[in-house]
Design a protein. Structure first.
Length: 160
């Protein structure tokens, strides 16, 4: 199981159910790493996206049914994992509560460290960096389309 997330210097991931930055390079990273895979998200994350993500099995975890032909509804994370169990890699895409519940089960973290400090109201959960091996790291500087620099990283949990 994998987690993909984007956060700023203090690990804030969002404010008022939305991302605090719009970086096209980060959206490309997200798309590249989630395409043709199941994506598991909470209801608020689904509502903030506003639609099903194309070319992915979209699974929304919520106690209330989701009425959409493009979404699979799961009442629990266990049910969401069962729905996606035939895939090689399951992507957890948020939000904060889902990340918090799944961080201890993840084998891989696909992280975007956005090099800015912005106060938000939701944080990415703590993870012990000593439990993870950095297997990919790429810096992207500010450019005409991206107002903040960022680091793309993939971490693999040791002994898993």
């Amino acid at each position: 199981m994998s987690i993909i997330a984007s956060f700023e210097n203090n690990h804030f991931i969002g404010l008022k159910n939305s991302m605090m930055w719009k970086l096209p390079i980060d959206l490309s990273w997200f798309k590249k790493n989630t395409i043709n895979k199941p994506v598991i998200m909470g209801r608020m994350t689904f509502e903030s996206i506003g639609c099903a993500l194309p070319k992915r099995l979209n699974i929304v975890v919520s106690s209330n049914p989701i009425n959409s032909k493009h979404i699979k509804w799961a009442q629990s994370l266990d049910e969401a994992i069962e729905i996606s169990s035939t895939f090689n890699e399951i992507m957890i895409i948020g939000g904060a509560s889902i990340y918090e519940q799944m961080i201890h089960y993840a084998d891989l973290l696909y992280l975007t460290h956005v090099n800015v400090s912005i106060n938000g109201d939701k944080k990415f959960p703590y993870y012990n960096i000593n439990e993870w091996e950095l297997i990919f790291n790429k810096f992207h500087s500010v450019d005409q389309e991206n107002i903040y620099s960022c680091n793309f990283q993939i971490l693999r949990r040791y002994n898993k």
